[in-house]
Design a protein around this ligand. Structure first.
Ligand code: NAD
Ligand code: LMR
Length: 338
């Protein structure tokens, strides 16, 4: 029905223009991989975020259906769908924040690195689109292996001359969300009252929870430290095994990604004191990328915060994490430089 779709388009444009003229205009956000296990609930949560004025949903399959569905929610954001590579540039034009959960997930028995061969190419293509259409957007990269895909994105941006390390953030928020939940269980308190810094990277031993820096301050027995560290490092595998071949964490990930995106948008708005953990370009260690607490602001990462005092157990964990991270980072860099 062309008249109806014309009418809808006019009304969408009116709403979008109206917002961009207003003082509190909101931000334009794109989700790449929006029809996937993470993408769909993430689209739902971003449609509910009052800081979002325009929401672009891009995927190589099913984007129109997900878009039609989400667009009926009577929240503020105007939703538009984009299907397939020919529509990638329209999906990205003018975006303030691009969230990338595109790519294949693990099955039991696989490591995140086993996803490299497929996901590296997907991330490369999507980042080339960002270079062309929204080089100043903040990028939240979820696709695994994050320890390699973030360096891949950085190399694509460097090659094009658009790289700004403050704007590229690997999403490790799910590790923090899990750590807060598992620590709260052990302490017998509300998980919303717990904040555990998780540093390093996003795979196995590179996931390093700093249990000596939990807020509120608390102490654990050696058995509790061993149990918690193990559970946090293997949280992803716990879900992969429970799903038994049907994929990896999607719902808790969408929750974590929406929380992290909201923090980025609050930073962009100029809110003070927005601090979250993320895998970013870093000088906290000798490695070029590392996850730690970062302060978010109008340009993305305003400050990468130091690790703070580590105990002996954490120092040993840090050495193990760095060894694996160095290899994963180099693998990502070589993929583009080769
Ligand atoms: P999924 O298979 O359910 O969804 C992925 C979506 O990406 C699909 O809809 C697919 O069509 C789409 N896609 C594939 N190629 C694309 C391309 N070139 N452009 C745009 N979209 C494309 O997978 P999922 O469960 O949503 O997981 C997605 C990724 O997120 C996986 O790599 C997974 O390992 C990763 N992940 C990361 C974290 C984290 O903490 N960073 C947590 C969970 C999952
Ligand atoms: C997670 O931590 O849940 C994700 O990285 C997905 C996975 O493969 O474990």
């Amino acid at each position: 029905h062309p008249p109806v779709s014309q009418m809808e388009e006019t009304s969408l444009l009116r709403r979008a223009n109206c917002r961009s003229k207003g003082g509190a205009s909101g931000f334009k956000v794109a989700i790449l991989g929006a029809a996937g296990g993470i993408g769909q609930p993430l689209a739902l949560l971003m449609k509910m975020n009052s800081l979002v004025s325009v929401l672009h949903l891009y995927d190589v399959v099913n984007a129109p259906g997900v878009t039609a569905d989400i667009s009926h929610m009577n929240t503020g954001a105007v939703v538009r769908g984009f299907l397939g590579q020919p529509q990638l540039e329209d999906a990205l034009a003018g975006m303030d924040l691009v969230i990338i959960p595109a790519g294949v997930p693990r099955k039991p028995g696989m490591t995140r690195d086993d996803l490299f061969n497929i996901n590296a190419g997907i991330v490369k293509t999507l980042c080339e689109g960002i270079v062309k259409c929204c080089p100043k957007a903040i990028v939240n990269l979820i696709s695994n292996p994050v320890n390699s895909t973030v360096p891949i994105a950085a190399e694509v941006f460097k090659k094009a001359g658009t790289y700004d390390s403050k704007r590229l953030l690997g999403v490790t928020m799910l590790d923090v969300v899990r750590a807060n939940t598992f620590v709260a269980e052990v302490l017998g308190i509300d998980p919303r009252d717990v904040n555990v810094p998780v540093v390093g990277g996003h795979a196995g031993v590179t996931i390093l929870p700093l249990l000596s820096q939990v807020n509120p301050p608390c102490s654990f027995t050696p058995e509790e430290i061993s149990y918690l560290t193990n559970r946090i490092q293997n949280g992803g595998t716990e879900v992969v095994e429970a799903k038994a071949g049907a994929g990896s964490a999607t719902l808790s990930m969408a929750y974590a990604a929406a929380k992290f995106a909201d923090a980025c948008l609050r930073g962009l708005r100029g809110d003070a004191g927005v601090v979250e953990c993320s895998f970013v370009a870093s000088q906290v260690t000798e490695l070029p990328f590392f996850a730690s607490k970062v302060r978010l602001g109008r340009c993305g990462v305003e400050e990468v915060l130091p690790l703070g005092p580590l105990n002996e157990f954490e120092r040993a964990g840090l050495e193990k994490a760095k060894k694996e991270l160095a290899v994963s980072i180099q693998k990502g860099v070589s993929f583009i430089r080769k």
